[in-house]
Design a binder for this molecule. Structure first.
Ligand code: HEM
Length: 126
């Protein structure tokens, strides 16, 4: 996408573009794609709407996510390199599609949550 087409994240439409483009990359990634497709056998028709709500709630304050993000990650045997790849793909997706404060916030929230998850899984002290 050329630079003129970069948009702010302002509505659920942009949240959907963010989440869909991110998981399009995740599914094809040789390191973390198989965790979703083979280990967890994710039902994408169920997972994606949950992720729309999660990110819409975080970035736009819609209060429409009431799940618990951490538990599904406990049994996946995740390693630090998985979180690093997840974050790399997420940052690329944000920067390819969006500009502005919410775009920066999306990246900083993702980084903070990834750090929390990795500390809770005993992978990192930070
Ligand atoms: C290596 C990194 C990660 C992997 C492999 C991974 C994988 C998964 C899997 C397999 C699920 C369960 C999906 C299902 O059964 O439908 C899930 C759920 C979820 N993940 Fe991740 N994840 C990772 C990192 C993250 C990060 C960093 C975040 C947040 C910034 C996140 C947010 C979520 C949320 C919100 C859910 C849904 C929880 C619920 O309400 O049930 N994940 N993830």
């Amino acid at each position: 996408m050329s630079e003129q087409e970069l948009k702010p994240i302002a509505t659920r439409e942009e949240i959907k573009i963010l989440v869909d483009s991110f998981y399009d990359k995740v599914k094809l990634d040789s390191l973390i794609g198989p965790i979703f497709n083979d280990t967890a056998k994710v039902n994408w028709d169920e997972h994606l709407p949950r992720l729309y709500n999660f990110w819409e709630d975080l970035l736009l304050g819609t209060n429409n996510y009431n799940g618990r993000p951490f538990p599904p990650h406990i049994s996946l045997n995740l390693k630090m390199e998985h979180f690093e790849r997840w974050l790399q793909l997420f940052f690329i997706t944000v920067d390819e599609n969006f500009i502005g404060l919410k775009a920066e916030e999306a990246k900083s929230r993702a980084l903070r949550i990834a750090k929390n998850f990795s500390v809770n899984l005993g992978l990192s002290k930070f």
